[in-house]
Design a protein around this ligand. Structure first.
Ligand code: PLP
Length: 391
């Protein structure tokens, strides 16, 4: 006998992956330029040239130490450099001792969930949400994912959230800038969220943690992304350089347990223990070195703003309903007729690939990942217009 749960996870591809594979098959038949693939959140801009220059330099160093294991939480000098950058940018007041380097945000989230979860615990996600939360929380950490719908404008609906909290609530997961809505939670929303969680923690007699999943922190269009630990003490931050430096395949990120978390030493040690239980050993050593030496550096992210403007303006003009996203590289319009699956299938017939919102906990919408070449985006607009007219 093997685990039926794991078998199910291993044999059911996500809708996003299905669409992506389908796009590759179609490209082989009709040519890549005739497939309008908006399925995957894979950055379309290259990593900055400093990454290649640094790699060329690093590979000439002593290979034994370069490729060796690092300390389990990450090389101390790497963690110190990342902490210094966070202190400079957010006055975070953290040191190497608060950072656990990970294989991307996915590993950071998995370690945090597992570190906190007891049987029967609940983690609340605000829909629409990154679909992998479900398997990280439920199969990875043995807890329950509770889904709370967002407000109309994709900000947090605080009264709906209040209704989702109870004595079993261990944490609320927030992801801003958001995948898939592109919403960036305002300071006002987050301050009210912090008040709500403080009250609920007092009411239920235990801390309700906030887990801030922020791989899109740097991809914003003229709005601020508040630093959550400054608003709410019991916040764990999960970050990665997948999107900001366009390094998703290299798997590098961190979990941060800042000193404002109650009993932070215990929580931090539990995050390290969860990483150990999950077999992570240490985050990729070479890319720990890369990110440590490029503080504050990003890829040229300007094309995402250009794409946001082109796509948002065209869709609204064509009659789609969609709050204007302030960050990330996704648009999440409501589909005419309300059936996202049917819309996505009709789009597929035109070799236009968009992801139904059902898996994000928000039926009736589709996710359009606009991390694509602007030229391809412009050629796709007529197809979106035809779909709006049901052609
Ligand atoms: N969280 C969100 C909201 C994401 O969109 C993604 C990836 O797309 C992740 C986490 C995982 O990121 P990483 O590639 O750094 O593991």
């Amino acid at each position: 006998m093997i685990s039926s749960e794991m078998l199910r996870l291993g044999t059911s591809r996500s809708v996003i992956r299905e669409l992506f594979e389908y796009g590759n098959q179609r490209a082989a038949v009709v040519g890549r330029e005739h497939v309008f693939d908006f399925s995957l959140g894979n950055p379309s801009v290259p990593a900055p040239p400093e990454v290649a220059a640094l790699l060329a330099k690093l590979v000439c160093e002593d290979p034994v130490s370069l490729h060796g294991y690092t300390s389990a939480p990450g090389a101390p000098e790497v963690r110190a450099a990342v902490a210094e950058d966070l202190n400079r940018r957010f006055a975070a007041g953290v040191s190497a001792d608060h950072l656990y380097m990970t294989a991307g945000a996915a590993a950071a989230l998995s370690a945090c969930f597992k570190a906190l979860a007891l049987p029967g615990d609940e983690f609340v996600a605000i829909a629409p949400f990154f679909p992998e939360y479900r398997c990280f929380v439920e199969q990875g950490a043995g807890a329950k994912l509770v889904v709370c719908p967002a407000a109309q404008d994709f900000q947090i609906d605080l009264s709906a959230l209040e209704g989702c909290l109870n004595e079993h609530t261990k944490a609320v997961i927030v992801n801003s800038p958001n995948n898939p809505s592109g919403a960036v939670y305002t300071r006002e929303t987050l301050t009210a969220l912090a008040d709500l969680l403080r009250d609920a923690s007092a009411r239920y007699g235990h801390p309700i943690y906030l887990i801030s999943d922020e791989p899109y922190r740097e991809i914003v269009y003229g709005v601020e992304v508040p630093w959550l630990p400054a608003l709410y003490g019991n916040t764990l931050v999960c970050y990665s350089w997948s999107k900001s430096l366009s390094l998703p395949g290299q798997r590098i990120g961190y979990a941060l347990v800042p000193p404002c978390v109650e009993d932070w030493q215990q929580v931090y040690a539990a995050v390290c223990g969860a990483g150990r239980a999950l077999g992570y050993v240490n985050a990729p050593a070479l890319f720990q070195r890369v990110v440590a030496q490029l503080p504050g550096n990003t890829a040229d992210l300007s094309v995402y703003r250009e794409n946001r403007d082109t796509l948002y303006n065209a869709l609204v003009e064509a009659g789609y309903e969609c709050p204007r996203p302030d960050g990330a590289f996704y648009l999440f319009p409501a589909v005419p007729g309300g059936d996202a699956g049917a819309f996505s299938r009709r789009a597929m017939e035109k070799d236009l690939l968009v992801v139904p919102g059902d898996g994000f906990g928000c039926p009736g919408h589709v996710r359009i990942s606009y991390c694509v070449q602007p030229e391809m985006l412009r050629r796709s607009l007529e197809l979106f217009r035809r779909l709006a007219r049901s052609e």
